[in-house]
Design a protein around this ligand. Structure first.
Ligand code: HEC
Length: 119
């Protein structure tokens, strides 16, 4: 009986942590939208499709490209890439900024191993 209870407890904590994770993801996504990032950027893997003619890159694989520390500075215009600063400075709250950037660095395209080799 005790074992059964333990098992149920383990299952429940597992479920709760999965739910917490998706909540953070949803929050990241909505902050991205609220701050008009979608006006320039697509993230196709997240259902944000390209709009208009902006040259801003798709961010579906940004987590493989940039580290969190750099990304945070870049979006506050404290760092540049290829001698360019990001066109806009993040204007939302600090709390939103942390959720947004933590979410962005989790975005990675998953590719089959053999297509990676041919690059
Ligand atoms: C006015 C258009 C515009 C808006 C709005 C905008 N960006 Fe950008 N962003 C760009 C452009 C253009 C670049 C590429 C700059 C370059 O080539 O150096 C870029 C680059 C980036 C990069 C680096 C991409 C890479 O592949 O290195 C990230 C990350 C990023 N933006 C995140 C955001 C986030 C998050 C928001 C919302 C808070 C946002 N951007 C809002 C235009 C925009």
């Amino acid at each position: 009986m005790k074992k059964m209870l333990l098992l149920i407890l383990l299952l429940l904590t597992g479920l709760v942590s999965i739910k917490a994770q998706t909540a953070e993801e949803l929050k990241g996504k909505s902050i991205f939208k609220e701050n008009k990032c979608t006006g320039c950027h697509a993230i196709e893997t997240q259902g944000f499709l390209k709009k208009g003619k902006s040259s801003a890159p798709d961010l579906s694989d940004i987590g493989s490209k940039l580290k969190a520390d750099f990304l945070k500075k870049y979006l506050k215009k404290e760092e540049s890439q290829n001698d360019l600063k990001h066109p806009i400075n993040f204007k939302g709250s600090n709390e939103d900024f942390v959720v947004l950037t933590d979410w962005l660095v989790t975005l990675k395209k998953q590719e089959p191993v053999d297509t990676l080799k041919s690059k």
